[in-house]
Design a binder for this molecule. Structure first.
Ligand code: GLP
Length: 209
């Protein structure tokens, strides 16, 4: 494991964007695992800028997002589907058919999860997975006590996660109680992973590293 300490958020955003660019330069049809939350915003902005300047080409890139709230439609402004299109995909030259997001309003959760896993396998597996970490240590929406072998599945969100994520909603009651997430087993199959931890927001987690 390689640890890089950065000075500030700008450096975090440009360094992580650079890791993605290097991956795409090495393999133009790279399969990226992408994350949401507030930390990736700067990295997505930097990637948009570099794409618009012609320094990175997403035309053959394939993406799979980590997770989605269960019960939110793709059009819901707080769905991860909406977030990803609004803050990243619509600004770059990625093909719509190469973008994969879990369907938060699926009527068949088991089928949705199985299909997602199958699509990841069919694409050759994730080359580079981007991970954030929730303030209780959750990864994707895998809460800390979850099985390390799990695949994409439905999870119940803990009260702490609901409280933390209520900052994106009008209040905690609006936050869905469940989500669909890649499992730790799915994530660990990625060929490379990077994750960030911001000292200011998560000092407790940093001490545990
Ligand atoms: C959400 C996402 C996680 C993400 C977390 C932290 O809960 N499901 O994948 O890691 O937010 O986000 P932030 O970057 O805002 O700290």
């Amino acid at each position: 494991m390689k640890v890089t300490i950065v000075r500030d958020y700008n450096e975090l955003s440009s360094k992580t964007a650079q890791l993605i660019i290097e991956q795409i330069i090495n393999k133009k049809n790279s399969v990226l695992g992408l994350a949401t939350g507030s930390t990736p915003n700067g990295m997505y902005k930097e990637l948009i800028r570099l794409n618009q300047e012609g320094k990175v080409d997403f035309s053959e890139v394939i993406t799979f997002n980590l997770d989605e709230y269960y019960g939110l439609s793709p059009e819901h402004p707080q769905s991860y589907h909406f977030f990803m299109w609004d803050s990243f995909f619509k600004h770059i030259n990625i093909k719509k058919e190469n973008v994969h997001l879990l369907n938060g309003i699926t009527e068949n959760i088991a089928k949705e999860c199985k299909q997602y896993e199958a699509l990841i396998q069919k694409s050759g597996g994730i080359d580079l997975q981007v991970l954030g970490i929730g303030n209780n240590g959750h990864i994707g929406f895998n809460e800390p006590d979850i099985s390390l072998n799990g695949r994409t599945h439905l999870v119940n969100l803990t009260a702490k996660t609901i409280r933390a994520n209520s900052r994106f909603f009008n209040n905690a009651r609006e936050v869905p109680k469940q989500a669909i997430t890649m499992g730790i087993g799915t994530i660990m199959q990625a060929k490379k992973i990077f994750y960030w931890l911001t000292a200011k927001e998560k000092p407790g987690l940093l001490k545990e590293q």
